[in-house]
Write a protein that binds this ligand. Sequence first.
Ligand code: PEP
Length: 249
Amino acid sequence: MRKNIAAGNWKMNLSFDEGKALAEGVQSTFVDNVLTILGVPYPYLVSANKICEGNDSVAIAAQNMHHMEKGAYTGEVSPSMLTSIGIHYVILGHSERREYQKEDNQLLKQKVDLALAHHLTPIFCCGESLDIRKSGNHISHVSNQLSESLFHLAAADFAKLIIAYEPIWAIGTGETASPAQAQEMHAALRAHIAGHYDDQIAQGCSILYGGSVKPANAKELFGQTDVDGGLVGGASLKTDDFNQIRKSF
Ligand code: PEP
């Protein structure tokens, strides 16, 4: 049985006090049978983790980490820094990092390896631009992102990942992939994983959908056979909206 997962990505938003109130409002609302993960900015990781301490159903994620262990990389954060403050999850390869920081499949392969070596669970983001979607090559493009960054992993390591399919044209735009479009991609990715590994690994892999998930559309998206939850940006910044999304399984 795959887990139901509601992950929030705060990006570069909220003051410390706003973030604290949001984390408290989420962790104090129990939702049965759903793992909630909050992707918070680096300066808030310690306090958010403290707020969720002792609550097995809410975890904190970093939104990124560096691809090297340590050294002269001013301004960067290493995986061991994250584990040293009790963080167990890290978002890798978000499309905003792929676009603005030029992170490519090869760099992300390094990050995935390093995260796993430090026992961090990557939430690996993939997705296509509008141009690629219009060209009809969206499935091969996203499949290739998985092949290039993940398929070198042994099955036992691949099984530790969470994948988030996030069509770029749907992120922060208010335009959501239809449930059928999400299901088509998720099923195709699962088949791609089964083709490289096996059916058991594919069936065990949590694949989240991200792109303008809101209380109004979460239930239908999460109801698709191969959609195991969501990675939520904008709507994860409001306690009531995000709690409603968490209850949409
Ligand atoms: C995201 O940040 O990963 C995301 C999907 O954002 P939004 O929900 O705002 O589209």
